[in-house]
Design a protein around this ligand. Structure first.
Ligand SMILES: O=P(O)(O)OC[C@H]1O[C@H](OP(=O)(O)O)[C@H](O)[C@@H]1O
Length: 320
C-alpha cells in the first residue's frame, strides 16, 4: 500500500514541492523493496518497476521525481540475488534522501551569500530551497524584507508566509498580479525550480515567467535555487518538459463552471522562464550561470549526449 498511498498524496499535492516529491518517491521505493518477498532478482526487478511506474505517473513536470526514481532503481544493477537487489535499492534510496537534505542545506549557504544586508526579496510559490536561502541570510544577521505572492490557484504562498513569519522575517503578502506594482521596491528575486532544461530555462510555478519579465524590465536580478537533481537529462535530446495542466475546479468551482457552458477554465501549473531572464542558478555544487546547465547534467547527473545514445539508441530522440 505504501507506493499507491504516496502516489495519491503526490497527485493530490498533499506531498508537494519538487524536492519533497523526489524524497517521498525514494522513501516509497525503499519501503516497497523492504516489503517484497520475491525470491529471484528478475521478479524483484519486475515488482520494483511496477512501483516506479505508479510513482512516475503522478505528476509530469518536476524532474526531481524521475531523477530520484532513476537513482534509486540503479540499485538493482548487477544484483545476482533478490537480497542483493533489495539491499541495492535501500542503499540508493537512503543515499538519495541524505544527499537531497544536504543539498538543501548547502544551497541555503550559497544562496544566502548572494543576499545583501538591507535587501528586499521577492519570492513566488513555496520552494524549500529558495526559502532556505532567505532564512539563512536572516540567520546570518542580514536585515531583509520579503514580498511573497499568493500563488493562485493552490495558494502555496500561505505556506511561504507562515514559514517566513515563524522565522521572524518581515514579510509582505501580495496577490500575484501585484508583482509589477511592487517590483521597484525589490532588490532580488529568489525562486525555486521544478525542472531546469539543458539550455538553462527554468520550469517553475505558473507566474514565475511573469515575475521574471517584470524583474528584467526593472533590472532586478533573479536567482533560482535548484538541486542538481532538478536538471532534466532528457532535454539534451530535445525532449520538452511536460507542463502539468490541473483540474479547472482548482480555479473555478464546478457549480459556477456548470452555469457557464461557453467558458473553459485553463489551469497550467507551471511555466517556462528562458535562461536569459535568470542571473544565477544556485545548486549544491555552486552557483552557475543558466547557460552551464549541460555541465551539471553531464558531470553531476552522469548523462552525456553519448551516454543517452548508448542507453536508448540514436533512433530514439525522446530517449524512450
Ligand atoms: O523543491 P522545492 O524548492 O521545495 O520546490 C520547487 C517548486 O515545486 C513547487 O511545485 P508544486 O507546488 O509541487 O506544484 C513550486 O513550483 C516550487 O517552486
Amino acid at each position: 500500500m505504501i507506493v499507491p498511498d504516496t502516489a495519491e498524496k503526490i497527485k493530490s499535492m498533499e506531498i508537494r514541492g519538487a524536492g519533497r516529491i523526489g524524497r517521498a518517491a525514494a522513501e516509497a521505493l525503499r519501503d516497497h523493496a523492504v516489503s517484497l518477498s520475491a525470491r529471484d532478482p528478475g521478479s524483484f526487478r519486475q515488482e520494483m518497476e511496477r512501483a516506479a511506474a505508479i510513482l512516475l505517473a503522478t505528476r509530469p513536470t518536476a524532474v526531481s521525481l524521475p531523477n530520484a526514481v532513476h537513482i534509486v532503481m540503479a540499485g538493482l544493477e548487477g544484483a545476482t540475488s533478490a537480497e542483493a537487489a533489495q539491499a541495492g535499492v535501500i542503499r540508493r534510496a537512503e543515499e538519495f534522501i541524505r544527499s537531497s537534505q544536504n543539498a538543501v542545506e548547502q544551497i541555503a549557504k550559497f544562496g544566502a551569500s548572494h543576499i545583501r544586508d538591507g535587501d528586499t526579496i521577492l519570492t513566488h510559490c513555496n520552494s524549500e530551497v529558495a526559502l532556505g536561502c532567505i532564512i539563512e541570510a536572516h540567520r546570518q544577521g542580514k536585515e531583509i524584507e520579503v514580498f511573497a505572492t499568493e500563488v493562485r490557484p493552490r495558494n502555496q504562498g500561505l505556506i511561504t508566509i507562515r514559514t517566513l513569519n515563524d522565522a521572524g522575517i518581515k514579510t509582505n503578502f501580495i496577490v500575484d498580479s501585484a508583482v509589477r506594482s511592487f517590483i521597484h521596491d525589490i532588490d532580488l528575486v529568489v525562486v525555486g525550480a521544478d525542472a531546469v532544461t539543458v539550455n538553462g530555462a527554468v520550469v517553475n510555478k505558473i507566474g514565475t515567467a511573469q515575475v521574471a519579465h517584470s524583474a528584467r524590465e526593472a533590472r532586478v536580478n533573479m536567482i533560482v535555487a535548484a538541486e542538481t537533481y532538478k536538471f532534466a537529462p532528457r532535454t539534451i535530446l530535445g525532449e520538452l518538459i511536460r507542463i502539468e495542466e490541473r483540474a479547472g475546479s482548482e480555479v473555478l468551482p464546478d457549480e459556477i463552471a456548470r452555469t457557464l457552458p461557453h467558458v473553459t477554465v485553463r489551469n497550467p501549473a507551471f511555466d517556462v522562464t528562458p535562461a536569459n531572464y535568470i542571473d544565477l542558478i544556485v545548486t549544491e555544487k555552486g552557483a552557475i550561470p543558466p547557460q552551464m546547465a549541460y555541465v551539471i547534467i553531464r558531470d553531476y547527473l552522469g548523462w552525456g549526449i553519448d551516454t543517452f545514445h548508448e542507453t536508448f539508441g540514436p533512433e530514439s530522440p525522446n530517449g524512450e
